[in-house]
Design a protein around this ligand. Structure first.
Ligand code: GLY
Length: 321
């Protein structure tokens, strides 16, 4: 049976020797406004774009959209948008969602040939009666809204897929620590409005039609207007099984700091299936409506990029193993 005390011991052993600052699970980082927090150290350019909006008094939802679009356009990011690795059939299929300060949301899954799924998700939120569109219907909607149709498979992605086909037997590889990634971003603007976005091409060489956590509201992203928000990265299947981002926000509602709330959600993944100790990575970041932020991951190696009036910095999070 899962031993929560043992976990806490493991967790503290995992984080204290490394001397984490704002991301130590035992410490609440009191935040400043405006602020933007993103998953992974690769998010510096994305944060810069978001900060341009926030530092000019702009809207948090615009900030997260502009921010993650940078990575959707980046051909060198093999897990998001243009240049994202395709599924086992060679098709690039994208998942994304947004949520605003009122708890409105839009989401798109398994979208092909549209470079900016985050903007399609926002349009679904604002210009359709629905919260989520998938596959060909999502593409039809995007085209009707004027999004251009584009080939998202870069020569590098195509070569990587062809090399995998030669090596592999068309069986999707285990989704593990090496095979996932997402950019998730949370922002709080000067007026105190909080928004979030996440976007991904999902697991490389996945089965066609596989959808991860990123477009699932409550799993990959959740915002509660009164409490704050959370986003996830890592193995989407495990995030979905534990409704991770919603859990983080509910733990903040119960009085936990953002880091503690993320730690509880990470522990839940191991509690549900202890086999997840081996080779699985999931990480959460969270931001509350006061601007306090935090994060936590299953394994070491995850970090977040924070930009606020003190500047931009990359901080590792606490972790279990
Ligand atoms: N977290 C991204 C995915 O599993 O698709």
């Amino acid at each position: 049976m899962f031993d929560r005390k043992q976990f806490l011991k493991t967790s503290l052993a995992g984080i204290l020797p490394l001397g984490f600052g704002g991301f130590a699970s035992t410490k609440t980082y009191s935040g400043k406004k405006p602020v933007v927090v993103s998953t992974w150290r690769t998010a510096t350019n994305a944060n810069q774009a978001a900060w341009k909006v926030l530092s000019n008094g702009g809207y948090a939802l615009d900030a997260v959209e502009e921010g993650v679009k940078v990575e959707e356009s980046n051909p060198d990011n093999s897990t998001v948008g243009y240049g994202g690795r395709p599924d086992r059939d060679g098709k690039v299929t994208l998942d994304a969602c947004v949520m605003d300060e009122a708890g409105n949301c839009g989401s798109v899954a398994c979208l092909e040939n549209i470079k900016h799924p985050v903007s399609v998700a926002r349009k679904i939120m604002t210009d359709s009666p629905h919260a989520m569109l998938v596959g060909p219907g999502a593409k039809q909607f995007a085209l009707s809204q004027g999004f251009p149709e584009e080939d998202l498979l870069t020569p590098e992605s195509k070569a990587a897929w062809e090399a995998w086909l030669e090596r592999g037997d068309y069986t999707p590889p285990a989704i593990n620590i090496e095979n996932h990634d997402t950019i998730g971003m949370l922002a709080l603007d000067e007026q105190g409005r909080i928004s979030g976005a996440c976007t991904t091409s999902g697991a490389a060489w996945k089965m066609h039609g596989r959808v991860g956590d990123s477009p699932i509201i409550g799993s990959g992203l959740f915002i509660d207007p009164k409490i704050g928000g959370a986003v996830a990265t890592g193995l989407g299947e495990e995030v979905i099984k534990t409704a991770g981002s919603h859990l983080v926000v509910e733990m903040m509602r119960a009085g936990h700091s953002p880091s503690e709330a993320c730690q509880i959600a990470v522990e839940r993944i191991i509690e549900r299936d202890p086999k997840n100790k081996e080779g699985v990575q999931v990480a959460y970041i969270a931001l509350n409506t006061d601007g306090a932020y935090g994060g936590f991951s299953i394994r070491q190696g995850f970090d977040a990029v924070i930009t606020d009036p003190d500047g931009m910095r990359t901080e590792p999070t606490g972790h279990l193993f």
